[in-house]
Design a protein around this ligand. Structure first.
Ligand code: ADP
Ligand code: GLC
Length: 477
């Protein structure tokens, strides 16, 4: 048997240190799952403050001056606590040592120099992949996550011997589109640079498009989302680019890191439980009600939302359903942050029903875990959802997901483990009413909870699919 391929992952996020969404959960768990399967796996990530603070056994393996306008940059090699796989960290303080998310200052618009900040990530990823930065380790495959490191594909276009690359699209809503005035500062190979080349998108630069054209393999995070991109239903203007690839887009569904997300041992919960003994879930529900000062109605269901608040997530549909949920005897808790108009709507609902609706606007891991454990149903009415992780977490915690039927939601929730609706044919309020009706039938509800809690969404199966993909590419090395 041939040896497993070695793989370098390139990403801007890695949980729990740098996280704005599910991307961070995936890039934290997938390399570890691959390593357990025998794949030699490392990750490259920008040196954001939380990463540099956490980095252990760090040593500098590369230094340069003047790259993409930085006075000085280094590549550090080290480890992040609790992880078996090594990381390379780009220590470029003028680019990455900033407050806020990887993309924007706190409460602000995206940084004006993001093109150069992420060109640096793409360039370093490419030079690590080609063995030019670390002579001691040259991976068989570079695996790029989302648009931020995607210029790596362009930097590798001239590499000899060729370096095999995979691009995973976690959400095609985010394309990395920029005005072209900094194009000349990207240090691209000449043929790529001619007339903006594969980066050109209606006169702008589009990093995701370049990745989609140049990667040896393009994947996304569920089978249904792959078909939705290709068909143009959710292609965000890049569906023709997707269709231009003879090999299409491969869908590999995300997994769950049950080391972090399991009610049997989750350290963020006041009590633990499993499908055979649900007493701990009742304690979590009591704690959740107390945290939001909701009326104590032990027999009534709590609906929870844990989400970014934006149009993709369809949370206007949840706001539309909230009065009806409360009037039917339910309660609602919203943990989320994002668009102001949605925060206002949920705040107004809270003011109208202060003992039945609770809101927290911001990012809080402990509250996310408590809500997913203490709720009875999770609302996830996304208009499109590449994969979605929260519904998978909710299943393991016996909190039945009510989801809109598309993308990864359609692939991971069925009528044995949750509720699906389509806003073209029915409302979320109506679906929630049906779920509340079923909630009264304790035996059937228990059976659904067990089916949801016992479903295996662990990483192993998906990691094997990625491994086969890498090995298919590496055969031709
Ligand atoms: P997306 O990546 O599109 O936001 P996912 O369902 O894949 O959607 O992943 C969302 C991740 O972010 C989950 O880990 C979820 O628990 C977490 N999350 C979302 N909103 C919040 C919040 N306000 N506080 C804490 N965690 C959150
Ligand atoms: C994106 C998607 C989400 C997916 C996550 C991880 O943020 O919106 O559906 O689960 O990436 O792949």
């Amino acid at each position: 048997m041939s040896r497993p391929a070695s793989v370098l992952h390139a990403t801007t996020e890695i949980a729990p240190w740098i996280k704005t969404g599910g991307l961070a959960d995936v890039t934290a768990a997938l390399p570890e799952a691959l390593a357990r399967q025998g794949t030699d796996t490392r990750t490259v990530v920008p040196g954001f403050p939380a990463i540099l603070d956490a980095l252990q056994e760090s040593r500098s393996i590369y230094e340069a001056q003047g790259l993409f306008g930085t006075a000085r940059m280094r590549v550090l090699q080290g480890r992040l606590p609790g992880r078996s796989t090594a990381v390379y960290v780009i220590d470029a303080p003028s680019m990455y040592l900033r407050p806020g998310t990887p993309y924007a200052p706190p409460q602000g618009q995206d940084w004006g120099d993001n093109l150069l900040r992420f060109a640096m990530l793409g360039w370093v990823s490419a030079k690590l992949a080609s063995g030019e930065i670390d002579g001691a380790w040259r991976p068989d495959v570079l695996h790029v996550h989302d648009w931020h490191p995607a210029l790596a594909h362009a930097y590798l276009a001239d590499a000899w011997p060729p370096v095999k690359t995979v691009l995973t699209i976690h959400n095609i809503d985010y394309t990395g589109r920029f005005r072209p005035h900094d194009f000349h500062r990207l240090n691209l190979p000449h043929w790529v640079a001619a007339g903006l080349g594969p980066l050109e998108y209606f006169g702008d630069l589009c990093l995701l498009k370049a990745g989609m054209l140049l990667a040896h393999k393009v994947t996304t995070v569920s089978r249904t989302y792959a078909t939705e991109i290709i068909a143009g239903r959710h292609g965000n203007g890049l569906d023709a680019v997707a269709r231009s690839r003879a090999d299409g887009i491969t869908g590999i569904v995300n997994g769950v890191d049950y080391g972090t997300w399991d009610p049997r041992h989750d350290p963020m919960l006041p009590a633990h439980y499993h499908h055979d003994d649900l007493a701990g879930k009742a304690a979590c529900k009591t704690a959740l009600r107390a945290r939001f000062d909701l009326e104590s109605l032990p027999d009534r269901p709590i609906f929870v939302i844990v989400s970014r608040l934006n149009g993709q997530k369809g949370l206007d549909l949840a706001a539309d359903a909230a009065d009806s949920i409360v009037e039917s005897g339910g309660q609602l808790i919203v943990i989320g942050s994002g668009e102001n108009h949605l925060e206002w709507r949920f705040q107004m609902l809270r003011d109208r029903h202060p003992r039945h609706i609770g809101v927290y606007f911001g990012y809080s891991d402990p509250l996310a875990h408590l809500a997913i454990a203490g709720g009875d149903m999770l609302l996830m009415p996304s208009r499109h959802e590449p994969c979605g992780l929260t519904q998978l977490y909710a299943k393991r915690y016996g909190t039945l997901p009510i989801v809109q039927s598309n993308g990864g939601l359609a692939d991971t929730v069925d009528e044995r483990t949750g509720f699906l609706f389509d806003e073209r044919y029915t409302t979320l309020a109506e679906t929630a009413r049906q779920a509340m009706h079923l909630f009264q039938d304790r035996n059937r509800w228990r059976a659904m909870m067990s089916a949801a809690m016992l479903a295996d969404h662990g990483w192993q199966r998906s990691a094997i699919e990625y491994q086969q993909l890498y090995e298919g590419l590496a055969v031709h090395r």
